[in-house]
Design a protein. Structure first.
Lengths: 262, 101
């Protein structure tokens, strides 16, 4: 009996503290796990906030880039000399409308506080605002065609001067170069007019893939025509150089002859 | 007013009206009535004055003037590359990447 009691007491003295210690350990572990959970949750929130902030910053940059491009094109079109007033007004109005729409979207994105709406709004910069993908190339092609017309008009005027200068000479190669120059300028003018006419009446596809394909084909063809017109003018410029060389040689010969006579 | 004074006044007014008409007509149409032959040939050389105004040297045809005009043409043609870049950028616009969301 006495030994049993002693054993019980000894067991109690050993087991209870161990039990208590184990309980305390569990409590400590639970506390730590709970603390870790809170820490992890906080860390995840911080990371998510950082991702949202980065996404918004990226969206702002993309909107600013597109807006800047459209403002530059508006300035080009307003200064263009060979575009009809009505065409100019239509293109400028379309781009101003897009600029306003993107500004509204930028505000909306700034107020987004969930990833799902933010994701959708950022996608709409390109998807829903596909008008940008029509209006900007339309304006850019029209502005490029206007520059072609500017250069063509200048070359036509210069051609008249060169014709006057060459009238008093019998240089066949220079005359041939002048004829070629005039033909190239005429070709460039026709191509630029054709390019502008091809895209002037294009409408946004609003998600219609058939219209989208048609618009894309028209824009690509118009771009090719503008580039062909530019190449014509490059060739015409080479003709001008050849004629100028003839005039310089002629002037030099005239000066030498005049010195000899003296 | 005497009859003579009235007649003189009428003649003066008539002369003023007729003279003004001729002056207006001459200024508007560049009448050749009082122009020298050199002035007339200058007029024919400026038949393309509108297009010549596109050029910095105007209607001058000297080598220096033509060189100046050619330089202005080159300046315009230097813009072809940026025009093509604008066209390509508009046609190749890409969706905003969202891998971070």
């Amino acid at each position: 009996m006495k030994q049993t009691t002693t054993a019980i007491i000894a067991f109690s003295l050993i087991a209870l503290p161990a039990f208590a210690s184990a309980a305390g350990l569990t409590t400590g572990v639970s506390a730590k796990v709970s603390a870790l959970g809170i820490h992890a949750s906080t860390t995840a929130n911080v990371r998510l906030s950082a991702r949202i902030a980065n996404a918004k910053q990226r969206a702002d940059q993309e909107i600013a880039r597109r807006t800047s491009r459209m403002n530059a094109l508006i300035a080009r079109l307003n200064a263009a000399a060979h575009i009809s007033s009505s065409d100019k007004a239509t293109l400028v109005a379309n781009m101003n409308s897009q600029i306003s729409a993107l500004a509204s979207l930028q505000t909306q994105i700034g107020n987004d506080d969930s990833t799902s709406t933010l994701h959708a709004d950022i996608q709409s910069i390109t998807k829903s605002y596909r008008i940008f993908m029509l209006v900007v190339p339309q304006a850019a092609i029209t502005a490029a065609a206007d520059r072609v017309n500017d250069v063509s008009a200048m070359m036509t005027a210069l051609g008249a001067k060169l014709d006057t200068r060459l009238a008093s000479s019998s240089n066949a190669s220079a005359s041939a170069a002048l004829t070629d120059m005039q033909a190239k300028v005429s070709s460039a003018t026709s191509l630029s007019a054709s390019a502008v006419a091809e895209i002037a009446n294009l409408k946004p596809d609003n998600g219609d893939t058939t219209i989208e394909a048609s618009n894309t084909a028209a824009l690509k063809d118009a771009r090719s025509k503008v580039q062909a017109a530019q190449q014509d003018l490059v060739a015409a410029r080479k003709d001008i150089s050849a004629i100028l060389q003839t005039l310089r040689v002629s002037a030099s010969a005239t000066t030498s002859a005049a010195i000899k006579e003296q | 007013m005497t009859a003579t004074a009235k007649a003189i006044t009428a003649i003066v007014v008539l002369v003023i009206i007729i003279g003004g008409y001729f002056l207006f007509f001459r200024h508007k149409n560049g009448s050749a009535m009082n122009m020298t032959p050199s002035q007339m040939s200058d007029m024919s050389s400026t038949t393309s004055s509108t297009s010549a105004s596109m050029l910095p040297s105007g209607s001058a045809t000297s080598n220096a003037a033509i060189e100046e005009d050619t330089s202005a043409i080159d300046t315009q043609m230097n813009g072809f590359n940026s025009d093509n870049a604008d066209i390509n950028a508009g046609m190749n616009d890409q969706a905003v990447q969202q891998s971070s969301l």
